[in-house]
Design a protein around this ligand. Structure first.
Ligand code: HSE
Length: 417
């Protein structure tokens, strides 16, 4: 007996990197029973790789077409995307979106709309493009055994780090390559400063733990302050530097979450994740660690996740947000200890009072750094660690337990400054 499948008639918003990718992959998957009826675009003057009759600039023509039962939103402008998605959900149409910024910034409203209108809203492509992490967190890790999730979730910054530190090309040149390949956001500051990664982390927190968090409130930075001194330190210790988004359930049941650069040692699966690839490690009670790896940006990898969402709509698949509705949802906390390396321009800039424990320090004409344990709260209160000339990188064993004083190292430093 075959399972009945819905015929999907799609109204597509946007025909950029991902939109054109979707058009290509849909043409190669005729069994899907899904057809793009119309595409709404902003710039009709641009040459498109699809018949002209498909395109319109009239958004309402799609949103109010009764035949269109799926809106796929792949535009760049997060505010416009929000209005499109809201309109579509209100009209009872299923929606697929890749817009992580829009989803992260409006998560609660979007959850309310889905509940009110009982329509599917899927966004697998918004996190790690081709890696099916959202649906796995939602369906497979659907109990409270999830310990931690840590990953490289931004392809552009990973691409830039690979090119700059391995291939020794300049930062600006590497960014231009990431843009030319269609990996970067149209405003690349979102990638470089960790904003895209924290938007993705806030979406993942919901599916991992049922936590709805404003991404602006989650501690984050990107790769903008890293320089060759940090790369030299990494090389000396046998590490790679990666921008890592992570969330971890602490012993008291609360969840620590942040996006920060981290030194990765060769035993960590993220060590070999390079270029635009993403990697996510999920740790759970009895399964121990599982590793997901795949392309995290680019036209066809992102389109493949959009396609998978469209395919799921044939069976009316919806996220159930089981953890969000669970009675013992964990809360986010900033009350934990983190082991970090901080590079300063000079030893006199080291705010040693911000460290609970100093384990190692170095000061030479070329570089000055301190390795120690800080109270994470102290990164939240004040941006001292984001200042130009300062870089903060999390150590491989990031979470510190207690604080036993290592007086001698701290005293040695104090005697010098
Ligand atoms: N700019 C994003 C990245 C695109 O580089 O990961 C995919 O979300």
């Amino acid at each position: 007996m075959s399972i009945p499948q819905k015929k999907l008639t799609i109204g597509l918003f946007g025909f950029g990197v991902v939109g054109t990718g979707l058009y290509t992959v849909l043409q190669q998957t005729p069994s899907l029973n899904a057809e793009i009826k119309q595409v709404c675009i902003k710039h009709p003057e641009k040459k498109r790789s699809a018949p002209e009759s498909l395109f319109t600039t009239d958004a309402t023509a799609l949103l109010e077409d009764a035949e269109i039962n799926v809106i796929v939103e792949l535009i760049d402008d997060a505010d416009a995307a929000y209005h499109i998605v809201k309109h579509a959900l209100t009209a009872g149409k299923a929606v697929v979106s890749a817009n992580k910024k829009m989803i992260a910034e409006h998560l609660q409203e979007l959850l309310d709309l889905q509940a009110k209108y009982n329509v599917p809203f899927l966004y697998e492509s918004a996190c790690c493009a081709s890696i099916p992490v959202v649906r796995n967190l939602e369906e497979y890790y659907d109990n409270d055994l999830l310990q931690s999730i840590s990953g490289i979730v931004n392809g552009s910054t990973n691409f830039i780090l690979t090119r700059v530190f391995q291939d020794k090309i300049g930062f600006d040149e590497a960014l231009l390559h990431a843009q030319a390949e269609g990996f970067a956001e149209s405003n690349p500051v979102l990638d470089v400063e960790g904003i895209d990664a924290v938007n993705k982390l806030s979406i993942l927190l919901n599916h991992a733990y049922g936590i709805v968090a404003n991404p602006k409130k989650i501690v984050h930075t990107g790769i903008q302050n890293l320089d060759s001194h940090d790369a030299t330190f990494a090389k000396e210790k046998g590490y790679e530097i990666k921008l890592v988004a992570q969330a971890k359930k602490l012993d008291n049941g609360e969840v620590a979450a942040f996006v920060l650069p981290q030194f990765i040692d060769p035993t960590n699966q993220l060590y070999n994740v390079r270029n635009e690839y993403n990697g996510v490690i999920i740790e759970s009670g009895f399964a121990d660690k599982q590793f997901f790896y795949g392309k995290g940006a680019g036209s066809l990898p992102t389109a493949s996740a959009v396609l998978s969402d469209i395919s799921a709509l044939r069976y009316d698949y919806k996220y159930e947000y089981k953890k969000l509705h669970s009675s013992n949802r964990p809360v986010l906390t900033n009350d934990f200890l983190l082991r970090v390396y901080v590079r300063f321009e000079g030893l006199f800039q080291v705010p040693h009072e911000r460290f609970e424990r100093i384990e190692e320090w170095s000061s030479s004409e070329k570089r000055c750094y301190v390795i120690g344990v800080i109270k994470f709260n102290k990164l939240v209160d004040n941006n001292w660690w984001k200042k130009k000339g300062t870089s903060l990188v999390v150590l491989p064993d990031a979470f510190a337990d207690g604080v036993e004083e290592k007086e001698s190292v701290a005293e040695e430093l104090l005697a010098v400054v």
